[in-house]
Design a protein around this ligand. Structure first.
Ligand SMILES: [Zn+2]
Ligand SMILES: [Zn+2]
Length: 312
């Protein structure tokens, strides 16, 4: 009986490998997945954009590595099929709120699941204070649940690793994560991250102005997720925001136009360019073609216009 079952299993797997299309076979082999959770740039919430604030998920051997915690990230993780008690690694690129507003609430949401696990959080200077301040903000609830429900102490579940210069952020058997300082004035500590897993390398730009040294950091990566601003729509956006000249100055000094994103991707020689942190991210009149045409002038590889919950 045992032998017959083995034989059946063998036959099944043999015929499977013969009939599976090549891409499915490659996908099965690939252990690293990249899923965009929030593709909108900026802190505003929009009722009709279909885009959440910034967050990107990398699954390596099924372990989640979360980059940025824009508002909505807890729900987006669940929608991507990641139960919050699996939350293990968090990386914050910089301390603009569209990247960290739900950082504390996400820790909390993971804690109140039935089996929370240890969480390591990495990010630039300020992350310790942000974490402490959130624990203070929810102190009453946290301490009530410890006494009343026998909960473990959330404050002991989270290890914060703060850094103020680029370099190796963490390393384990599956991946090496490196940070790189980008240009995002007036914030001086804004970082890109590079994830070198065994099968693929993925670079997340974070928020940055056009910054050619980023191309060296991203050299040879399989995937570059880069922020992108669509210049022709910026004037309309500024008008909507009441004609604030300061906003125009900030956008031009601190973010990257799609053409320049294409140049960086071409110079880096990546295979796939994913456009995310889209500005303006809630203008539905901008087509995918319009989002990608600027980058296409310089970059001949695969371009993906990011959408929430899209897997790259
Ligand atoms: Zn941002
Ligand atoms: Zn920013």
């Amino acid at each position: 009986m045992q032998t017959r079952r083995n034989f059946l299993a063998l036959t099944a797997s043999a015929s499977l490998s013969l009939t599976l299309p090549r891409f499915a076979f490659n996908q099965a082999k690939s252990r690293t997945r990249v899923i965009l959770l929030g593709t909108k740039g900026g802190p505003t919430l929009s009722s009709n954009s279909g885009r959440n604030n910034s967050a990107t998920l990398i699954l390596i051997n099924d372990v989640p590595y979360l980059i940025d915690c824009g508002y909505g990230v807890s729900r987006q993780l669940i929608s991507a099929g990641v139960a919050l008690n699996r939350l293990r690694y968090i990386f914050i690129t910089h301390h603009h709120s569209d990247h960290n507003l739900e950082y504390g609430p996400l820790l909390y949401n993971a804690w109140v699941t039935s089996n929370p696990i240890k969480i390591d959080a990495y990010g630039p200077t300020g992350l310790q204070k942000l974490t402490r301040d959130f624990f203070e903000y929810e102190k009453f609830d946290i301490e009530t649940r410890i006494v009343d429900e026998g909960a473990t102490d959330l404050r002991k579940l989270v290890a914060v690793h703060e850094f103020d210069r680029p370099g190796v952020v963490m390393q384990n058997d599956d991946v090496k994560v490196t940070s790189f300082r980008v240009r995002h004035p007036p914030i001086t500590q804004s970082f890109a991250y590079r994830f070198d897993a065994k099968d693929v390398s993925v670079v997340i730009s974070g928020d940055t102005a056009d910054f050619p040294p980023l191309a060296d950091f991203a050299k040879g990566a399989d995937v570059l997720i880069h922020e992108a601003m669509y210049l022709p729509a910026i004037e309309k956006l500024i008008k909507q925001e009441g004609g604030k000249q300061r906003l125009r100055q900030h956008l031009m000094a601190a973010h990257t136009a799609t053409e320049d994103v294409g140049r960086i991707a071409a110079q880096a020689g990546v295979k796939t360019l994913g456009l995310s942190h889209l500005v303006p991210g809630d203008d539905r009149s901008i087509t995918d073609e319009q989002w990608s045409e600027g980058a296409r002038k310089y970059f001949k590889g695969r371009i993906i216009v990011g959408k929430d919950l899209m897997e790259i």
